[in-house]
Design a protein around this ligand. Structure first.
Ligand code: SAM
Length: 390
């Protein structure tokens, strides 16, 4: 795998864009099918509220979320027209604060043509929320929030766009920045943190680590933005062993978690390793005699370690979810996927293993050839384990 040259020196953006591409394609297909079933003319939207272009090296803006979003919509609509003959209309909205970036955005959109109706707003995201709401009504939309820091990324701006049905949101939390300033006592920073996390009166508790901070952000997203499910994943810095940003997904349907974790495995697992290895060798004077693919393990070490740790946590997380008694598997897996960096398939296999080991009961009893759980299976802790938890 080659990272396009436009991304040299900012390989983390490539990973972000790979993730956006994977997720958006799946989302547009899923939502397209859903609205096609409702019949009539429907429009689906891509809403990019920190649009850029930003540090783009490509005249066609191929290395931007602007291009990626428009492309994903068009690809999905094309397949849907072939598959279900649906009359899907496409729309995209972009917001950009910098006048020079906005000029580039505008001239790109004006010259682009294509099937997507586009609108662009100059200025701060927060000042255009009402106009976007009026434009898109209650149409299905994917909202992408990709700032350079945390200022102006207030939860109260995101909420009205995400509240209606058929809305998914992907937020790039600039973790490195948040982490740097989260405990600073200065009043303006306390206020910015409160606004970012959507805390009305309470201050952000001090001393929170990466996991706790992100758990709080997800919880706030769910309560403030009428989102049923939220999960996040980390995108590491290309050459430093540190989280650079965290991508947070929020959506109404548990399917978002399945799509998110699959994309995480492909991008943060399989691809990140090769990309980071390439970045490291480009940054050393001599580079490497070997191609990144030859040096990198097939899975990024960070992701592999996280996955391994999470596989061992499955039993404990399951005990919490099943504390009050048996549940259908369809009610259980989404709650586990919110917390654990595993794909739905890997999680199901691991739980089935617990059943095979006698730690879990499954009803009706699975046939001898089964290796995974099915949505209708009712699962419960074996009596001895349940007593152990009491
Ligand atoms: C990280 S860049 C966006 C990159 C782009 N989403 C991509 O993936 O190609 C953030 C952009 O948001 C713009 N920006 C900063 N503050 C803003 C605000 N309050 N409202 C709208 N745009 C803002 C910046 O000028 C910059 O172009």
């Amino acid at each position: 795998m080659d990272v396009p040259e436009e991304y040299f020196g900012r390989e983390q953006s490539y990973l972000k864009h790979r993730f956006l591409t994977e997720y958006l394609r799946a989302w547009a297909h899923k939502i397209g099918r859903l609205v096609a079933r409702e019949g009539g003319k429907q429009r689906i939207w891509y809403i990019d509220v920190f649009a850029g272009p930003w540090r783009s090296q490509d005249t066609d803006l191929r290395d931007t979320s602007i291009y990626i979003g428009l492309q994903a919509l068009e690809e999905a609509a094309e397949t849907l027209r072939e598959q279900v003959g649906a009359g899907i209309e496409l729309g995209a909205v972009f917001v950009e604060k910098s006048p020079s970036a906005f000029r580039r955005l505008k001239s790109y959109l004006d010259g682009r043509g294509g099937a997507v109706v586009t609108d662009a707003y100059l200025g701060e995201f927060g000042t255009h929320v009402r106009a976007i709401q009026e434009l898109i009504g209650d149409d299905p939309a994917f909202i992408f929030v990709d700032p350079t820091g945390f200022k102006g990324v207030e939860m109260r701006f995101i909420a009205p766009l995400v509240e209606p049905r058929f809305r998914d949101v992907l937020i790039n939390v600039m973790f490195n920045d948040v982490n740097r300033w989260k405990d600073d006592p200065r009043a303006f920073l306390r206020e910015q943190m409160r606004a970012f996390f959507g805390l009305s009166d309470a201050d952000l508790p001090s001393g929170l680590g990466e996991i706790e901070l992100m758990r709080l952000y997800r919880a706030q997203l769910k309560t403030r933005c009428n989102v049923a499910w939220a999960a996040d994943m980390s995108i590491p810095h290309p050459t430093i062993e540190r989280t650079w940003f965290r991508l947070v997904i929020g959506g109404k349907h548990e399917k978002v978690l399945e799509v998110f974790r699959s994309a995480e495995k492909r991008v943060a697992g399989a691809e990140a390793s090769i990309i980071r290895e390439g970045a490291r060798s480009r940054r050393t004077a001599q580079g490497s005699l070997f191609a990144p693919e030859e040096i990198a393990s097939t899975e990024d070490r960070r992701y592999a370690q996280q996955q391994q740790a999470d596989l061992t946590r499955v039993g404990a997380e399951l005990s919490k979810v099943l504390e009050r008694g048996p549940l259908r598997w369809s009610r259980v897996w989404p709650r586990l996927l919110e917390e654990l960096h595993l794909t739905r398939g890997d999680l199901s296999k691991q739980c089935f293993q617990l059943y095979s080991n006698g730690q879990l009961s499954v009803s009706p009893t699975p046939g001898t050839r089964r290796r995974t759980l099915h949505d209708d299976d009712v699962i419960s802790l074996r009596a001895s384990d349940a007593r152990g938890q009491a």
